[in-house]
Ligand binder design. Structure first.
Ligand code: SF4
Length: 187
């Protein structure tokens, strides 16, 4: 990571530098104080990739989940999987964050919020969330053209360029690359 992030910076960097897939999970977590397994994996490993350390990750997830299920149930049922993501449980595999390809090919079910919004959102929802990111006008039309042609990562690249006001010649192939390229521009 470029610079490790801590909990106090997380809302700021989420709105400035998270790609749409992670913004959506982050917002849903803040809203519902809960995410299902697929969302916890996708967002949790991304946050690990941007440099949130294990103690901060546990505190971050606990602050949300305890509002829904209580602190005790969090410690009993959910803390394990966060430590597991960091290679501290089970086979002690140091799991790596998911690539765009993996996220795009996932199959979110009802109540899931993981996946790639360019691939998995309805056109109406996608337009709405792009609007919330400040992306409008002809850019939305260009993004939708890419989506219709199943070029989801190109749609994400166009969004990146619109949000940051500069070109991204390498294209987007990983949510953590989106994040680090964004931070490079903003810092
Ligand atoms: Fe996330 Fe990649 Fe989809 Fe962009 S293209 S929203 S980074 S999965």
């Amino acid at each position: 990571p470029i610079a490790d992030i801590s909990i106090k910076d997380i809302d700021k960097v989420a709105s400035s530098s998270f790609p749409l897939c992670m913004r959506h999970l982050f917002e849903k977590l803040r809203e519902d104080h809960h995410l299902k397994h697929g969302g916890r994996m996708q967002l949790g490993l991304f946050l690990k990739g941007v440099g949130l350390n294990l103690d901060d990750a546990l505190a971050f997830w606990k602050a949300e989940f305890s509002q829904k299920v209580g602190a005790e149930r969090f410690d009993k049922e959910y803390a394990y999987s966060i430590r597991h993501n960091y290679g501290k449980e089970g086979k002690r595999t140091d799991y790596t964050p998911f690539s765009c390809q993996k996220i795009i090919s996932s199959t979110p079910g009802v109540g899931d919020h993981h996946g790639c919004p360019y691939r998995h959102f309805s056109e109406e929802n996608l337009r709405a969330v792009l609007g919330k990111m400040g992306v409008g006008g002809h850019i939305v039309k260009d993004v939708m053209d890419k989506v219709q042609n199943r070029h989801y990562q190109l749609a994400c690249t166009l969004t990146f360029e619109a949000v940051h006001g500069c070109s991204c010649d390498a294209g987007i192939n990983h949510p953590n690359q989106y994040f680090s390229d964004s931070q490079k521009i903003l810092q």
